[in-house]
Structures are given as C-alpha cells and as structure tokens.
Design a protein around this ligand. Structure first.
Ligand code: SAM
Ligand code: SF4
Length: 342
C-alpha cells in the first residue's frame, strides 16, 4: 500500500490512531451522493448512477455510527457533506441527534447553498454551528456553464441567510480552473470581504468521475497567491495551523483572512486528522483511499457498538502516509468526490 511502513503493533488506544502518529478527530459524513448541480469538476452533465436506497444508511443507522465515532473513538468535529447534504430528507433530525451526544461535537456542513435560504434557521435550531458554501464565480452565465444550472441567485441568498442565522463564520470554498474562472480570485475575495464571509481557494483534485483531471489545468496555490498579492497585502496568519487544511493569510492587516487549500502542490497529509463515512456506510481513511471498511454490513448483522468501533479503528490504523497524487503510478479512487463526500 502507498506510503505504509512494515507491520507494527497498534497501541491499545480507543482513538482513531494510525501508524504515522496521527489521530483522526474530524469525521466527514456524506449524507447523500445526489446533487441538484452538475459542477463540471465533480459530476457529468447527466448525473451518475445514484446509490440504491436500500444501500443508504437510514437516519437511525447514521445517528448510531456518528454516536460510535463521538462516544468511543474520540471524534470531536462532524462535517456533513455529500453530494448535496440539503437534499437529505431528515437532515435536521440527524443534526439534532448528533447535537444530543455527550460530549457534544462541533458540527458544520459543506453545501452548495441552494435552498439554504429556507433552511438556515431550522438548521441552527437543530444544532448546526457553521457552514461552508461553495462558490466558484460571481457571474451568472459562468455559473451556468460551471454547474450546468441557473441558480447563482439562490446561492447568494443561501449565503446571506446563513450569516443572518448565525452560522458563523460563513466559509466560502472556491475551485479555480484555467481558462474558466481563474481571473476571479480578486473579485471573489472582494465579494467575501464585503459580505463578511471567509474565502478559501481549493486546488482542483483528481476526483472527477470522467478521470479527466490534468495537472496543467489546475490553478496552483502559488498562482492564486500571486494574483491576490496584486490587489491585497497578504501576511501569513500567526499561530499553529494544526490539522487545518487551509493555509491562511491576513488580508490588508486583518482581521479578515483568506485561505488556500493546496492539496496537490503542498499536501498536508502529515497533519491529517480526518476519517470519512460514505452515505452507504463505508468508512474511508482518506479521500484517495482505494479501500473501504463496510460498517453498514456489520451494523445490519447485529454488531455491537464496540465491535463497530474496533473495525473503524482498524481502518484508521491502515491509513497511508499520504494521498500519493504526486507519485508515479497514482490511481484515482473509483468513487468520485460526490460519492465519497468532499
Ligand atoms: N455539494 C456540496 C458543495 O458543493 O459544497 C458538498 C459536496 S462537494 C463534493 C464539497 C466540496 O468539494 C465543494 O466545495 C466542491 O467545490 C469541492 N470539489 C468537488 N470536486 C472537486 C475536485 N475535483 N477538486 C477539488 N474540490 C472539489
Ligand atoms: Fe454538487 Fe457539490 Fe459536486 Fe457541485 S461540487 S456537483 S454542488 S456535490
């Protein structure tokens, strides 16, 4: 397996430790593989073969697995994602069940923002703390080309509603692509500064279902920073970044910041603190894993919480040192981003 050392004994720890000294405390939960947009870097125009309903975890199964993660495995942060998490019926119930756990984990959600305007208040009432909203362009025609849907105004409304409902800080995720929206780094940062949102640029990763990712089309962190420095004064934010994927800069003296997640050109795998649960109940120790651990089968076979926890710990222990994108012989995972949970 990529980057693993020879077999070594797992210490007797209840936590999600791995053989490189990392501990996973941040769980990404994919609530659905479906989406109401078709972003070109994430989904083909016609969509994908959705997971069949019987294969999806029910709300109760999801709540139980999240409970195992929090109460037995030391997970402190839950991020709901997808696909589009707002399309999951029962979302508020899953959030409320998570909020009732002791110790209560921090909860955030990554969303395209469509229909968030109607849902933000109910999500706060259920216990959600924060949102990350994806926005790659400020131009309606470009938004249509990029997502194959005409919904930019809904996204803007969702962002404003999230801020007004107190889902703060509202973080904005942007993927820049060469010849598509690479000229929008500065306008997007201005927009976010004006509205009180925290912008983070994400380097495009090889997770598209078409397997068409091309390193030369990726706008790198260096290029993004160079463009921003043409308009803003950027100073590295002081302090330890911990497991956070974004490197952050104070903009024009702060306190506003901008982040860059350089997953490809400056991998942060050595500090990774993530574990992932797919909507069909598979645990993955990395976005780029080529193997998964089937917790759904275990759960439906009547396993106890501790038996599930033991299997989850084994999955973490097998985590590779890095994602390997920059290695010869890198193989993209079979599941695309929308089915893993971004
Ligand atoms: N539908 C929600 C959304 O768009 O925010 C949540 C799921 S989406 C897969 C999560 C994040 O992954 C989004 O910010 C999206 O821009 C990002 N993403 C999707 N495909 C990507 C890729 N190939 N490389 C980098 N980021 C990607
Ligand atoms: Fe949907 Fe998010 Fe993928 Fe866009 S990035 S197609 S909004 S899952």
């Amino acid at each position: 397996m990529r980057g693993t050392t020879e077999a070594s004994a797992r210490p007797d720890s209840p936590l999600l430790v791995d053989r490189f000294g990392r501990v996973a405390t941040d769980l990404r939960v994919s609530l659905t593989d479906r989406c109401n947009l078709r972003c070109t870097y994430c989904m083909p125009a016609e969509g994908l073969d959705w997971l069949p309903k019987p294969e999806l975890l029910t709300d109760d199964e999801l709540a139980r697995l999240i409970g195992v993660a929090v109460t037995r495995l030391g997970v402190t942060d839950i991020r709901f994602t997808g696909g589009e998490p707002l399309l999951r019926p029962g979302l508020e119930g899953v959030i409320a069940a998570t909020a009732a756990l002791a110790p209560r984990p921090r909860m955030s959600m990554t969303t395209n923002g469509i229909s968030l305007a109607k849902r933000a208040r109910a999500l706060v009432d259920a216990g959600l703390d924060r949102v990350n909203i994806s926005l790659d362009t400020l131009d309606p025609a470009r938004f249509h080309t990029l997502t194959r849907r005409d919904r930019l105004d809904d996204v803007f409304a969702g962002m404003a509603a999230a801020r007004d409902a107190g889902l703060m800080p509202v973080k904005v995720n942007t993927v820049l692509m060469r010849g598509v929206n690479e000229d929008e780094a500065v306008p997007l940062l201005r927009f976010c500064l004006d509205h009180g949102y925290q912008l983070r640029f994400i380097e495009q990763m090889p997770l598209d279902p078409q397997h068409a990712w091309n390193r030369d089309d990726m706008v790198t962190a260096e290029e993004i920073l160079a463009a921003l420095r043409g308009a803003f004064d950027l100073v590295p934010e002081p302090g330890d970044r911990g497991g956070a994927p974004a490197e952050r800069w104070l903009v024009d003296g702060g306190p506003a910041t901008v982040g860059v997640i350089a997953s490809v050109t400056r991998p942060f795998c050595a500090a990774c603190d993530r574990t992932r649960l797919t909507a069909d109940g598979q645990v993955r120790n990395c976005l780029f894993s080529r193997t998964e651990t089937d917790l759904r089968a275990l759960l439906r076979d009547g396993a106890s919480d501790e038996e599930i926890a033991v299997r989850w710990r084994g999955n973490s222990w097998a985590k590779a040192a890095g994602h390997g994108i920059n290695d010869d012989g890198f193989h993209q995972p079979d599941r695309p981003m929308s089915a893993i949970g971004g």
